[in-house]
Design a protein around this ligand. Structure first.
Ligand SMILES: [Zn+2]
Length: 221
């Protein structure tokens, strides 16, 4: 499951209980992943619902949190430290912040932003898919793996913004075996910075016939 070995999963369970935000030891019986002060900080990172982006295609992007401490440490522990328990906590918090569709039609599907297959193989999982499953568990909206990432883009921090936006335009394509015609889609991702990745995903979904594409992300940088 997720491509991790059982040893790695066991290790994740047995890791010392330290706060994933500040790395202090957690006093028993606290299980983490955050200590009390970091939890308080997290509560203040909640964002109000959606901000409409300037993009022509993509609808409103909602974020559960602002990308400010302790979020960067949590996301890092999840993605690069492969602490799946942290990912599960993030997924549960994100699901709790779900507000899309309130007063409107529920979306047809949640579509996680894909990783390039090579990167997903290296990491052992796609963090966006794990988050999407948590949101799906709360909302009942199904998760569709509707997109493929067709270019292996360099880590975004190393690419300038303008180049990054252009690189994302053709980075994704929709799965031709899925019928996306007239579907209302909500993209799911971990961190949104410029929105270029989400725009690239939206473009591919609209080209496949989707009627509306919004986004819900864990944190907005
Ligand atoms: Zn802490």
């Amino acid at each position: 499951m997720w491509g991790l070995t059982w040893d790695e999963r066991l290790l994740d369970l047995l890791l010392p209980r330290t706060c994933a935000g500040c790395r202090e030891d957690l006093p028993p019986p606290m299980q983490g992943p955050l200590c009390g002060p970091c939890l308080g900080l997290l509560a203040r990172r909640r964002l109000p619902p959606p901000r409409r982006r300037n993009g022509r295609l993509l609808g409103p992007v909602s974020a559960a949190f602002a990308y400010a401490p302790p979020l960067p440490a949590l996301v890092h522990a999840f993605k690069y430290g492969r602490r799946l328990a942290v990912g599960d906590a993030l997924g549960a918090w994100m699901a709790g912040a779900w507000g899309l569709g309130e007063g409107g039609a529920a979306p047809d599907a949640l579509v996680p932003v894909p990783l390039h297959p090579r990167r997903e193989r290296d990491r052992g999982f796609n963090q966006a898919r794990i988050l999407a499953r948590w949101v799906s568990g709360r909302t009942g909206v199904p998760v569709w793996d509707a997109l493929r990432r067709q270019t292996h883009t360099p880590p975004q921090a190393r690419v300038r913004r303008s180049r990054r936006a252009r690189a994302m335009t053709n980075a994704f394509r929709a799965d031709p075996d899925l019928d996306l015609w007239a579907r209302r889609i909500v993209l799911i991702d971990d961190v949104c910075t410029t929105g270029g990745t989400l725009e690239g995903c939206a473009l591919a979904l609209f080209e496949a016939g989707a009627a509306a594409v919004d986004a819900f992300v864990l944190a907005q940088a």
